[in-house]
Design a protein around this ligand. Structure first.
Ligand code: AHR
Length: 640
């Protein structure tokens, strides 16, 4: 294919083309990017997932009982752990409790920041320790002063634990033990909110896991869509993600029944999401609850104003001055005087899907409109995004944008390369979730999704994204979803990354983007000199990069032979890419013969091969190269 890249025409692109989306699915929050090591730290429960002692075990002769005390730690955390010495405990023998973590804990020589609440008079010291779950070897421990004077109230004990040596595996536990002879009243002690953090990204208290944040940063993401996804909606009309219950001290957060089959701590709440944005310099795309739950129930018109007000309050909490009601809460509870800036708000999540057609009708008839007019009134500069897109049978009322969530087969993605070419000028679209989930010909949901991103699927996604980039004056941005998956418990296999307690298992999928690291700020028209050539098997987009370079992104799908490419840059560039001897860099990603090959965290096999080569323009000023079947490439020139 002989491609001519023109120096005039095209369009200015979105400034946030690639980003991230997060909700707690696949234990990607609790047990994932949220760095807390203790699982079930506060015995939180719900009607769906009753409070339990899951993850906890007795040390030595202790008896552990889950209790609902008359004097709980807080209204939000009514359950606690009662620890008594079992009958026959020898004098001086230490008893206590251990936590298995989220399928283990990574132990190395570094500071672990811990704390727990304890109730009951106790003389002596607690021992907090990290040890092997297999051999019992203690890697590190610290003495934590007791509670002599406090008999009835709860007191918090904070500590720093520094292991003497690193563990050989992540099969470790955390324990708190004590000499039961030190108990002053009764025969037991109560514990709650038992927490242990390793160092976190940018040292944030209650922060994020370093290796996962560092990996995400390498994607060069520009936005974070939060907090979902289905998690935002909740399974029933009462169990949606309540932003005001995810803020403030952890002891005031009740947690919630997650929609992905496990209870959530909400330790990673609204503010932690905003810190994530701050730390990676991301534009928050805040999804507010729109009065729809996954069972199809929705808020009647007569009550929609309360749901709208709830969303306005959330925005005031984030963006309001400290003198406003909710801005004041932010400033006083969190000491966060400076408001955040929010430019994008999405109204709900996939309101076209659950409970259709009735629930979707309610969105079209009054729910979306109620939000749109309230926000236009109070926050006229915020770009509102409707949760359906024009492709979901909804007319999106300008100036709102729509949100398109393609979960498709590779062939379907490739067929959508030109989808956005036909998007009318007023139809601003966000791609808030996208991934190949089925092999060609596959369909269905529960249990029918592919277990891992595979190479051919990733190439097809890239082609779809090149199509979006071509039209990125009408695209707000795009993100893969879901982003993360814990290898030990997951509901949805197709994710950008996988992780476990052991950071050595953190694995980037075949869909890890090359595209986000070559930002096009203005597209440029491309024509092809060969009349015989039509779109496919080569797909492409070209434009000007952030530093004035010229960028061409290409992908090959459905070819049996390598595709010969010749790039000709029309005269008129600041840099003389056309001249003989001009230089450029070609990065090519290819996969193995097997198009279904995946990156494997356990064998460490990464099937994606990256080659970077320097190209020189020939005597006619053409850059010539060949791209193998199923490949993705970026050519950049003008930066030398
Ligand atoms: O990304 C997984 C789920 O897919 C999201 O929670 C939901 O929005 C979509 O249906």
């Amino acid at each position: 294919a002989d491609l001519v890249i023109h120096s005039r025409g095209g369009n200015v692109t979105t400034s946030i083309m690639y980003g991230l989306m997060h909700e707690d699915i696949n234990n990607s929050g609790d047990g994932g990017i949220y760095a807390e090591l203790i699982s079930n730290r506060a015995f939180q429960g719900s009607a769906e997932f009753p409070s339990s002692l899951e993850s906890w075990s007795a040390v030595n002769n202790a008896t552990l009982t889950l209790k609902k005390l008359n004097t709980p730690l807080s209204a939000a955390l009514p359950n606690s752990l009662n620890v008594a010495a079992g009958t026959g405990t020898k004098k001086g023998a230490k008893v206590g409790f251990a936590n298995a973590g989220y399928w283990g804990m990574d132990v190395r020589v570094q500071n672990y920041t811990g704390s727990f609440f304890v109730r009951g008079g106790f003389e002596g010291a607690f021992t907090a320790s990290l040890q092997s779950a297999i051999t019992g070897e203690v890697f590190g421990s610290v003495e934590v002063p007791g509670t002599q004077s406090v008999k009835d109230g709860w007191v918090q004990r904070n500590f720093t634990l520094v292991p003497r040596r690193a563990a050989g595996s992540s099969n470790n536990t955390f324990a708190v033990t004590f000499d039961a002879a030190g108990i002053r009243e009764g025969s037991s002690l109560d514990f709650n909110l038992i927490s242990l953090f390793p160092p976190t990204y940018k040292n944030r208290p209650n922060g994020m896991r370093i290796d996962i944040m560092e990996a995400l940063a390498k994607l060069n993401p520009k936005f974070l869509r939060l907090p979902g996804g289905n998690m935002l909606e909740g399974n029933t009309i009462d169990t949606y993600w309540k932003w005001n219950e995810t803020i403030g001290p952890l002891k005031n957060r009740p947690g919630m029944a997650g929609v992905w089959k496990y209870q959530l701590t909400t330790g990673m709440g609204l503010v932690e999401y905003m810190h994530w944005c701050d730390d990676l310099n991301l534009e928050p795309i805040v999804a507010v609850w729109a009065g729809l739950s996954l069972d199809g129930a929705y808020t009647p018109q007569s009550e929609i104003h309360t749901v709208v007000q709830y969303a306005l309050d959330e925005l005031e909490f984030l963006t309001g001055a400290a003198t406003t009601k909710w801005g004041g809460v932010r400033a006083s509870i969190l000491g966060h005087d400076r408001p955040w800036r929010v430019k994008y708000v999405e109204i709900g999540n996939e309101d076209w899907l659950a409970g259709r057609p009735t629930a979707f009708d309610s969105y079209k008839q009054y729910r979306f409109q109620a939000f749109q007019s309230a926000f236009a009134n109070k926050y006229p500069d915020i770009q509102i995004i409707a949760s359906p897109s024009v492709f979901d049978n909804m007319v999106i009322p300008a100036p709102a944008a729509g949100d398109y969530h393609p979960y498709l087969t590779p062939d379907e993605f490739v067929a959508q390369f030109s989808r956005f070419d036909r998007l009318g000028a007023g139809n601003l679209t966000f791609i808030g979730e996208a991934a190949t989930v089925h092999a060609n010909g596959g369909k269905g949901w529960d249990g029918n999704l592919m277990p891992n991103p595979w190479w051919a699927g990733s190439v097809a996604e890239a082609i779809f994204l090149l199509g979006a980039e071509r039209n990125s004056d009408r695209i707000i941005g795009a993100t893969y979803a879901p982003g993360l998956r814990n290898l030990n418990r997951w509901q949805w296999g197709m994710t950008l990354m996988q992780h476990a307690a052991d950071p050595a298992l953190t694995t980037l999928s075949t869909s890890w983007y090359l595209l986000g690291n070559h930002v096009i700020t203005k597209t440029l028209p491309v024509s092809h000199s060969s009349k015989a050539f039509s779109i496919g098997p080569l797909y492409y987009v070209a434009g000007t990069g952030e530093k004035g370079t010229s960028i061409v992104k290409l992908a090959v799908y459905n070819a049996t032979e390598p595709v010969q490419v010749s790039l000709q840059f029309e005269a008129g560039y600041r840099h003389d890419a056309k001249a003989k001897g001009a230089r450029g860099t070609l990065t090519v990603l290819t996969g193995p013969k097997d198009p279904y090959a995946v990156n494997d965290p356990f064998t460490r096999v990464n099937v994606v091969n990256e080659t970077i080569s320097k190209l020189t323009a020939d005597e006619k000023g053409l850059f010539k190269f060949s791209l193998p079947p199923l490949s993705v490439a970026v050519f950049e020139t003008g930066g030398e």
